[in-house]
Design a protein around this ligand. Structure first.
Ligand code: GLA
Length: 735
């Protein structure tokens, strides 16, 4: 709900847990009075905005006299919805427009309050805008929006600051839209999505940093005076730092304390910036990274910044995670079968890499069936001259000398399986027909040496002709073969960010336009093929973000399938993203047993990557047992359940988590060790069950009440287990 108290010039956004107060001050600047746990009302604004002593003063040049500003406002100390630039506030404005004076000051003109949230025209946004194509419910009635219209003091540039609050989950969406109503082009040097100023800074920042094969390792940094940035400048959301971050009060844990999560519905360069000033205000700005960004906005044009998402919890980390999980499932993912069961997947990559033919793939399909496979995916190597990673990218036609796609698909269908295929649409090898025909399609200046990564270059997706070419090639495959799934890869960072197509004066637009090209192609494909499920991927989990999830209901979490790393990666990823979005496969890496690897993969969208011809009868039985459990429990307990983290692998010698179906009838619990552990008193208090109900535990076949399991706990004291060993336990309500 959003109310405007006209006399107090105050706006109150609230739901059952959050209050967010904004004050339109005497100078028409938007001051953030309060953001946090719900308040029934807010009085004494003066006491809240009080700072140190005297009001801000200015010199009136016409009279050459000094005046004091009315009220408590002080640039650089007041908490604001959008800081000025080029005045006294040096904390970092979210928006900078190039101009002679070097000043930017947006002042309130009007506001509009409405039910629902309006879609962005150019970017994925929190509204299910594809719902006109698909028959999916959208949750417009559960969200309210206020749009403040502000005008830049000295120019005809307007800014719409949009704030939406969900009623059924503790989520706030913020973004800015710029409108150039002058008769000249303007240049944006920084266009972030939000600002949030808080009056205290004693938080710990959790960030998820890493690299290929080691995505999203948890790092905790206590905020200190100065600036901390979490960012990407490599053209994709990246392995290095994920756009999901959160702030937690120092004493917060899974169940207690204030926790504020942030994410961005965007897949390119981003920057989360936390600035603690000498007054110990915390000034957060979040949005697109301004490095190498410069955008020319013509007269009459608009520029939309991506939506930033804030998840608020006064009840610990898990509530913050659960808000994000529900928001992503209900308000971001547009794949219209998303709430349905996701099939057990077999991916050919780690079993044979590029080395396959029709017969070997058919033998894979037949053996994959024995371990419960329902969707067979042919990974890299099926197209052009792609027999290794030095050639073929860009040539999306079947390598008929290598294999027969139709026979492979028929074999899948005869075995009752769906069929999926790999594409890497945004990339090209110099050794490809596409490059030979169109060297100008590549990003980077012609004649210049270009940095290679995995022997490949990026296509210039700022150029619509390039995107059309790839769309047409993909269309020919997708129109002519029965394909149920695409794995969409992206195996390099952007290095030389120069576009021949955009030409002079527009090079600061390259990074953002590349992301728009990516979304544009996805958009065309999902509209044409709404039944094809697309799994995102970028050298493993290098593009695991909300922008990608808008189109791709699942994302390959990491190329590292070894359970030692996967335990950490899946844990951290599950703090910000739903389990059902995380591709998780069993491989034949030497560390860990098939039992442990499969029971870990159970906590994602379950699949395999190995040579299935080499599996023994016993291994087949182990893997199929987990596949059967996945089939029984995934949709209810994992896909649409509520996740609770019981212990973190970063803080303990084991990892535990539990997921509970919405009706509280079924639950799954995972216990996985990092090191060998001996018998000791070990009670795990479960969460989210029905206190009065009785549950049968698959661990000891005993029946417990929900109250017992939540107050005394599941007793795993007798366990003596080696490193990287799992116990997967199911609880089912009995009558
Ligand atoms: C990337 C992906 C892998 C696989 C290969 C194929 O590395 O992350 O899963 O698809 O590309 O080249």
């Amino acid at each position: 709900m959003i109310c405007f108290e006209k006399e107090k010039r105050m706006i109150h956004l609230r739901n059952k847990d959050i209050s967010y107060y904004i004050y339109i001050n005497e100078q028409n600047r938007l001051e953030t009075l309060y953001f946090g746990e719900k308040l029934s009302h807010l009085d004494n604004i003066g006491a809240l905005t009080k700072k140190n002593g005297s009001p801000e003063r200015y010199l009136d040049c016409k009279t050459n006299k000094e005046y004091a500003l009315e009220g408590q406002y002080k640039g650089g100390l007041s908490r604001e919805e959008i800081s000025t630039h080029g005045y006294r506030d040096k904390r970092g404005a979210p928006i900078i427009i190039k101009n002679e004076l070097g000043t930017i000051d947006f002042l309130y003109v009007s506001h509009e309050i409405y039910e629902g949230i309006r879609p962005l025209a150019t970017l994925p946004s929190a509204d299910k805008k594809l719902s006109e194509t698909y028959d999916i419910a959208n949750n417009q009635e559960n969200v309210d929006t206020i749009v403040f219209r502000l005008k830049e003091k000295d120019s005809e540039v307007y800014l719409n600051l949009s704030l939406s609050i969900y009623q059924d989950k503790n989520i706030i969406i913020k973004n800015y839209v710029l409108e150039n109503e002058s008769d000249k082009p303007i240049i944006l040097n920084r266009a972030m999505s939000m600002q949030l100023d808080l009056p205290k800074s004693d938080y710990v920042l959790y960030q998820f940093a890493g690299r290929w094969y080691q995505e999203r390792y948890e790092e905790k940094v206590p905020l200190f005076t100065g600036v901390h940035e979490v960012y990407s400048n490599v053209g994709r959301s990246s392995h290095h730092m994920n756009p999901f971050v959160f702030l937690a009060e120092k004493e917060a844990n899974f169940e207690h304390g204030e926790v504020i999560g942030f994410n961005l519905i965007y897949s390119g360069n981003f920057k989360f910036r936390a600035n603690v000033d000498y007054f110990h205000n915390l000034h957060i700005t979040y949005g697109m990274n301004e490095e190498d960004f410069e955008w020319t906005l013509g007269p009459g044009d608009r520029f939309e910044t991506p939506q930033a998402v804030i998840s608020y919890s006064s009840e610990g980390i898990d509530r913050m995670s659960q808000n994000f999980h529900r928001f992503i499932k209900e308000n971001i993912i547009t794949y219209w079968h998303d709430r349905e069961y996701k099939p057990v997947l077999f991916n050919s990559w780690e079993g044979c890499f590029f080395d396959f033919n029709t017969e070997s793939i058919i033998s894979y399909i037949q053996d994959a069936k024995k371990i419960g496979t329902e969707l067979f995916v042919l990974d890299d190597g099926w197209f052009g001259a792609r027999n290794g990673d030095t050639a073929g990218l860009g040539d999306w036609y079947i390598n008929t000398s290598k294999f027969d796609l139709k026979r492979v698909i028929d074999e899948c269908h005869e075995n009752g399986m769906k069929f999926g295929i790999w594409f890497e649409p945004e990339m090209i090898n110099a050794d490809s027909d596409l490059f030979r025909a169109h060297p100008e399609y590549v990003l980077g200046k012609g004649g210049m040496d270009l940095t290679l990564q995995r022997h490949q270059l990026a296509l210039d997706f700022t150029n619509p002709e390039v995107v059309d070419n790839i769309f047409e090639q993909m269309r020919k495959i997708l129109d002519n073969y029965e394909i149920d799934y695409i794995k969409w890869d992206h195996n390099r960072d952007i290095a030389e960010h120069y576009s021949e197509y955009l030409g002079e004066g527009r090079q600061g637009e390259v990074y953002h336009r590349m992301v728009l090209g990516y979304y544009g192609l996805l958009d065309r494909l999902v509209r044409r093929y709404p039944n094809i499920m697309i799994e995102g991927c970028a050298s493993g989990g290098g593009r695991f973000d909300m922008g990608t999830l808008y189109y791709c209901p699942q994302i390959w979490t990491s190329d590292d399938n070894d359970p030692t790393s996967r335990m950490n990666i899946q844990y951290t990823t599950s703090l910000g993203y739903p389990l059902s979005t995380m591709g998780a496969h069993v491989n034949d890496f030497k560390i860990g047993t098939y039992k442990a690897k499969s029971e870990l993969a159970f906590w994602g969208t379950y699949g395999y990557e190995m040579n299935p011809n080499k599996l023994t009868e016993q291994e087949i039985a182990t893997l199929d047992k987990t596949a059967q459990a996945y089939k029984k429990y995934h949709a209810e307990v994992i896909e649409n359940g509520t996740l609770y983290h019981i212990s973190s692998p970063f803080d303990t010698r084991y990892w535990c988590m539990q997921s509970v179906s919405t009706n509280k009838e079924k639950s799954a619990f995972l216990f996985m060790t990092k090191a060998k552990i001996l018998q000791e008193n070990r009670f795990f208090k479960l969460k989210g069950l029905d206190e009065k109900a009785r549950y049968k535990s698959s661990y000891d076949d005993l029946i417990y009440t929900g109250e017992y399991l939540m107050k005394i706990g599941l007793n795993l004291s007798e366990l003596f287990v080696n490193a990287y060993t799992t116990k997967l336990i199911f609880l089912e309500k009995v009558t």
